[in-house]
Design a protein around this ligand. Structure first.
Ligand SMILES: NC(=O)c1ccc[n+]([C@@H]2O[C@H](COP(=O)([O-])OP(=O)(O)OC[C@H]3O[C@@H](n4cnc5c(N)ncnc54)[C@H](O)[C@@H]3O)[C@@H](O)[C@H]2O)c1
Ligand SMILES: [Fe+2]
Length: 369
């Protein structure tokens, strides 16, 4: 018995950004994007359109923080009538757009959610059109947003059944300028989403099919792309892999690797995509003999058993210069033990089909310590 759901309209292909003008015809909209100059060319196109945006919000922070979103809500409140928000950027932009869409003219509700940990009281979020510029988070396919509270060292997940973007325009030509480091970290985030959807208590045959396809495509294309960053075909393959990853984990959420990653990002400053991917080989190996269905699905990614696949995956990550042991991660063993124990007790850790004993054994075998 299973259910699968994802309502996002997908428009996919190089230069599909140009379709935005006709989609926005007669709509009242606001653009949310990153502050860097490279994003100006997209806002300029829309500003020159016969139906320009009502406002352009560019003050988005990477890993959007509660205090920053409060300031943006203040600015956003000047807009009186709106049909949709157009989010042009990475996960931080899409997630900021989701927060603005949820809490417009109601910033107290954001505070109650973030600071008082009350369930978000969102009635009807404003529609979002998402145009991702990183192939990583797949926030364009999910109904949740990550809001960081740096002052309190915490991370929250805003979720609402109507927070799925209405349309995702996936244009790989927009991703051609992504630098090498960002290409790697966001590609590995998508790899993590693909794999985490498989060793997941919420997995179903459709999510698993997308998870396997996403992981395979990333492992085949990311190593080639890092030495050929302007290759549109490889960018297209990564963008496609990220669609698969999104269609997979939008139905399952993430699992243990993400739960391990949060303190590593918050306390040790390691980028999200790296923090959630270095543990994938250990988690993969730990699934041997634990759950037959998940094991068979995982074996399809690299066409081998999990002992061999986990070593191959480790090698792939090593070639991408990812830190793979506590020394390289600069994490003390006693801190690691706490991180792992907490992760197994955490909300995402509880989605994991495996167990801590097998995970620790895999860590030892793959020399994490
Ligand atoms: N909502 C979800 O489902 C979900 C899932 C995973 C992660 N997240 C969250 O998403 C955020 C991370 O998003 P991200 O990894 O996409 O990065 P990001 O949006 O934070 O962007 C990182 C940096 O890359 C730059 N950038 C973006 N696109 C570029 C391009 N095409 N060329 C050059 N530079 C570019 C941005 O200006 C920014 O400085 C985190 O807060 C994470 O927790 C959300
Ligand atoms: Fe992630």
């Amino acid at each position: 018995m299973w259910k699968y759901y994802n309502p996002v309209d997908i428009v996919f292909g190089a230069n599909k950004f140009n379709e935005l003008s006709s989609i926005l015809n007669n709509k009242k909209y606001v653009i949310v994007t990153h502050p860097e100059d490279i994003f100006k060319k997209y806002t300029d196109v829309l500003s020159g359109f016969h139906n320009p945006p009502q406002m352009i919000i560019t003050e988005v922070q990477p890993n959007p923080d509660y205090n920053n979103i409060l300031l943006l809500l203040e600015k956003f409140s000047a807009v009186k009538e709106i049909d949709c928000i157009v989010a042009i950027g990475g996960g931080s932009v899409t997630d900021t757009a989701k927060a603005l869409a949820s809490f417009k003219d109601n910033k107290n509700l954001l505070t109650e959610f973030v600071r008082n940990k009350q369930a978000p009281q969102v009635e009807q979020p404003i529609d979002i059109i998402a145009i991702p510029t990183t192939s990583g988070t797949s926030s364009e396919f999910t109904c949740w947003a990550t809001i960081w509270d740096k002052e309190m060292d915490s991370k929250l997940s805003l979720a609402h059944k109507d927070l799925y973007p209405k349309i995702a325009i996936i244009d790989p030509s927009i991703m051609l300028d992504k630098p090498k480091g960002l290409t790697i970290s966001t590609g590995l985030d998508a790899l993590s989403h693909s794999m985490e959807s498989i060793w997941n208590i919420n997995a179903n045959p459709i999510s698993a099919m997308h998870g396997i396809a996403g992981a395979k495509m990333i492992l085949e294309n990311l190593p080639k792309l890092v030495s050929d960053l302007q290759n549109l075909e490889l960018r297209t393959n990564l963008a496609m892999a990220c669609v698969h990853a999104g269609l997979a984990f939008s139905n399952t959420k993430t699992a243990i690797a993400h739960n391990i990653s949060y303190p590593i990002t918050i306390q040790h400053g390691i980028q999200h995509g790296i923090a959630c991917s270095f543990s994938l080989p250990f988690v993969m190996r730990s699934m041997k003999g634990v759950n037959k269905v998940a094991e068979e699905r995982l074996e399809k990614i690299l066409n081998d058993d999990l002992d061999n696949s986990s070593i191959m995956l480790l090698e792939e990550l090593r070639n991408l210069e990812i830190p793979l042991n506590l020394n390289e991660l600069k994490i003390a063993k006693q801190d690691w033990d706490i991180i792992v124990s907490d992760a197994f007790e955490g909300e995402r850790g509880k989605n994991f089909l495996g167990n801590k004993k097998a995970f620790n054994k895999a860590c030892e075998e793959l020399r994490v310590f």
